[in-house]
Design a protein around this ligand. Structure first.
Ligand code: HEM
Length: 145
């Protein structure tokens, strides 16, 4: 299934995405939880920047190249459709947060109250998207021994 090329790139992307998930937890645990928003924002900016590069240069071209196979059999490839859809939503919300942090520096309490639920949603959906991405990666690895 999904015999897309570039297993070496997939492995690299998987490693980078895993490191970013760890960075997200560091940003939350050492940054947001301790109200160190300088560290928190630095983590968010770096993660979103690297992630945008991964998605734009690798995941979207890959998604387009397998779209015929995926949409030809959506029941079988439901997890790919779910991954891509959740991924787009998460990325959009993350970019909105980045813009908010840049436009309103220092994280005033009023903004923190509004942004908090969005940050929690992004965190949860990001983890779910990552887990499905891990599944896509595993299946690809098995298909390309
Ligand atoms: C929060 C957002 C996202 C996360 C955390 C995420 C995570 C991952 C991970 C960990 C992998 C496995 C590495 C790999 O096989 O290359 C993967 C693969 C993939 N992702 Fe995403 N992803 C996200 C967004 C997206 C978006 C927006 C799209 C496209 C619309 C997308 C399309 C794909 C595709 C097609 C693959 C398989 C690539 C391959 O052939 O190896 N992802 N993703």
């Amino acid at each position: 299934m999904l015999q897309t090329p570039g297993i070496e790139i997939s492995i690299t992307v998987m490693v980078v995405e895993t490191l970013m998930l760890i960075a997200i937890f560091v940003g939350w645990y050492r940054g947001a939880r301790r109200l160190d928003f300088k560290l928190h924002h630095l983590a968010v900016y770096s993660i979103v920047l690297v992630h945008v590069v991964n998605v734009a240069l690798w995941m979207i071209p890959q998604a387009l190249s397998i779209s015929g196979e995926v949409f030809g059999n959506p029941v079988r490839f439901w997890y790919v459709i779910l991954h891509d859809s959740l991924g787009i939503i998460t990325l959009m919300l993350a970019i909105v947060l980045v813009l908010l942090f840049i436009l309103k520096p220092g994280m005033p309490l009023r903004i923190l109250r509004r942004a908090r639920p969005v940050m929690i949603i992004v965190l949860i959906v990001w983890i779910v998207t990552f887990a499905i991405g891990g599944l896509v990666f595993l299946l690809k690895l098995l298909a390309n021994p």
